[in-house]
Design a protein around this ligand. Structure first.
Ligand SMILES: [Mn+2]
Length: 285
């Protein structure tokens, strides 16, 4: 069955919208699986499964002004040009006081969104990987370099990473050397996500926060359709708790690396639900 090709209940026009969704089906540098370019469409389709009423917040999504812009055309451009295009588009949203929500595509799209913000914001990464390589496969904008590029743009002390459990030794060494804050998945499992949230809040304080959710932060049992799945991940409940805890400070969001060809639609469903939960949480703050 085919549903309309826009996110369910995102029926506001652009001018009245508080939130603007846009897809960036950029897929140039996968290291394991192809298919993230299909994610914006599949996540939109999956969104039609859900009721408009949100039990957690008591809010009906129909009452929130959300606009779905559609996808940016990034088909035949390289990663550098893509980053500039995403940056320009996001800047136009911020100029109109919109809350930007990007749907990837690869994690490399995050840099474009972040560059549109002033460089004194904080960025919270939810990711299984550190993505802290200086360059990968001769591309400084490879998805394996996302956090490193973000660290070029904003202050290192304003970056936090939750759920990480995979990187080269050199990446962990330079993250520590850069003084970047992180809670790995194993300590979150042991002490609970609430404690990780508390520590992250102490670190980022009252800063405005851009949240980037790489779907692979979630365990492959819940999110098998990820481009680089990594066992020992967080649960969907953990992610919900993180979203709700930081919602008062959030200024933008992306969800990346969903890879629809590798499951039966459950990862796109989870991504769509998390998007809806985030919109509800930010709206009701
Ligand atoms: Mn990742």
């Amino acid at each position: 069955m085919n549903f309309p090709n826009f996110f369910a209940d995102a029926e506001s026009d652009f001018n009245n919208a508080k939130f603007v969704l846009f897809g960036v089906p950029h897929e140039k540098t996968p290291s394991f699986r192809y298919g993230t370019g299909k994610a914006p469409k599949e996540i939109r389709q999956a969104s039609w499964n859900f009721e408009t009423y949100d039990l957690r917040t008591g809010i009906d999504l129909k009452d929130i002004q959300v606009h779905d812009y559609g996808n940016l055309d990034v088909d035949n451009i390289g990663s550098e040009e893509m980053v500039e295009k995403v940056k320009d588009f996001t800047s136009s949203l911020l100029a109109e006081n919109k809350f930007p929500i990007a749907i990837g595509g690869e994690h490399s799209i995050t840099l474009g969104v972040v560059k549109a913000f002033p460089n004194d914001i904080a960025v919270l990464f939810l990711d299984a990987h550190m993505d802290f390589r200086e360059r990968y496969e001769n591309d400084v904008n490879n998805h394996a370099c996302t956090m490193r590029r973000v660290a070029d743009h904003i202050k290192r002390k304003n970056i936090a990473v939750l759920g990480v459990r995979s990187a080269e030794k050199e990446e962990f060494d330079s993250v520590r050397e850069f003084g970047i804050f992180y809670c790995d998945a194993f300590s979150i499992q042991k002490a609970g996500v609430s404690e990780a949230i508390q520590k992250t809040k102490e670190h980022l304080k009252e800063k405005k926060i851009y949240l980037t959710l790489d779907i692979d932060v979630i365990d492959p049992a819940y999110a098998p359709g990820a481009s680089t799945p990594e066992p020992f991940g967080l649960t969907p409940f953990d992610i919900l708790e993180i979203i709700e805890a930081f919602s008062p400070q959030l200024i933008g969001f992306d969800i990346v690396e969903v890879c629809p060809p590798y499951d039966n639609g459950e990862t796109a469903l989870l991504a769509a639900k998390l998007l809806r939960s985030l919109i509800g949480a930010v709206w009701s703050r």
